[in-house]
Design a protein around this ligand. Structure first.
Ligand SMILES: NC(=O)c1ccc[n+]([C@@H]2O[C@H](COP(=O)([O-])OP(=O)(O)OC[C@H]3O[C@@H](n4cnc5c(N)ncnc54)[C@H](O)[C@@H]3O)[C@@H](O)[C@H]2O)c1
Length: 301
């Protein structure tokens, strides 16, 4: 059966261009009513772009409205959620995609560039989720896709602000996944690879087409669907898909009586030995199994 969003309402932040635009179009093509958010007046023209995306969706026969609120503005996000409910009767899907870059080596980075990137990605994501969270809880249904980056998962030169922010989003998703479960809210994370304004010039022209953001959006549509997994970090781009997760080495337990920096040094290779690495589904599970030594989790792998 094909994935169909008829009757569902989706909010996509930062959807005036780039990946967000393609996500909005993909959801609309599959029947979703879409709120296309991008920066309004005072931004860099994102709201005009959002209006153009709304026009594109309407031309396809779909339903959409534009919203110019900044994700960093908690009140604007609340107003966005209210508008979505008024226009379409509820909110089923949130794609938190809006983002910016301020790349520089940490040595040269003004701290304001760190602040604004963390504000946009971490606080902006939290504020957009906060605006829809209780609406989804009350409805007993929600699909949320947050946006991370390989820079956040692995680190990258010149992106300390962005990497910190993008891994912050993964931490947010990890907790929301647990808190949302009983309300049938599923929270997944997309880690895209695409040539957009954000990354143009970074890849050779001949692979740019294969790296179109429209090749990422099918993954977002799946994560936004009724059959979505929960708590997955999905790398997607150029037709390649893989999952990332945080794993922990089995480690060792040292005798407390002789514990010292030297015994840690002397046992270092055993502590970091990756053979038998395990995945823990929560800090609670980690502390019970890896710290308190209770039986291994069934999902270790
Ligand atoms: N392009 C990639 O390869 C890549 C890789 C990893 C992660 N990402 C992430 O994907 C997302 C989309 O990136 P993109 O490449 O499409 O970039 P883009 O610059 O083309 O689009 C981002 C959009 O977000 C909007 N935006 C920025 N700040 C906003 C705010 N405060 N409120 C509302 N809208 C705001 C911008 O106006 C813009 O339209 C970002 O979160 C980015 O970090 C992109």
């Amino acid at each position: 059966m094909s994935i169909d969003f008829t009757g569902r309402t989706a909010i996509v932040t930062g959807a005036g261009r780039g990946l967000g635009r393609e996500h909005a179009l993909e959801l609309a093509r599959r029947g979703a009513r879409v709120v296309v958010n991008d920066l309004g007046a005072g931004g860099d023209g994102g709201f005009d772009a959002a209006n153009a995306v709304v026009e594109d969706i309407r031309r396809m026969g779909g339903q959409a409205i534009a919203d110019g609120g900044s994700v960093t503005d908690a009140e604007a996000m609340q107003a966005l959620a209210r508008r979505a409910v008024e226009a379409f009767g509820g909110i089923d899907i949130l794609i938190a995609n809006a983002g910016i870059l301020r790349d520089k080596s940490f040595a040269k980075m003004p701290i304001e560039d760190f602040d604004v990137v963390v504000q946009t990605h971490v606080l902006g994501t939290a504020r957009s989720v906060k605006a829809v969270w209780n609406i989804m809880r009350e409805a007993g249904y929600g699909r949320i896709v947050l946006t991370t980056s390989a820079a956040g998962l692995m680190g990258n030169f010149g992106q300390s602000n962005y990497a910190a922010a993008k891994l912050g989003i993964v931490g947010l998703a990890g907790s929301l996944r647990i808190e949302g479960e009983k309300s049938n809210i599923r929270v997944n994370v997309i880690s895209p690879f695409a040539v957009t304004r954000m990354s143009e010039g970074l890849v050779p022209a001949d692979v740019a087409e294969q790296m179109s953001p429209r090749h990422v959006s099918p993954a977002v549509a799946f994560l936004a669907s009724e059959e979505s997994p929960n708590g997955v970090i999905l790398n997607a781009g150029k037709g390649r898909f893989s999952a990332s997760r945080m794993v922990t080495s089995p480690g060792i337990e040292l005798d407390l009586a002789s514990l010292s920096a030297e015994t840690i040094r002397d046992n270092w290779s055993r502590i970091i030995d990756p053979v038998g690495e395990a995945y823990y589904s929560s800090a609670h599970s980690f502390s019970r199994h890896a710290i308190m030594g209770q039986a291994e989790p069934s999902h270790a792998g």
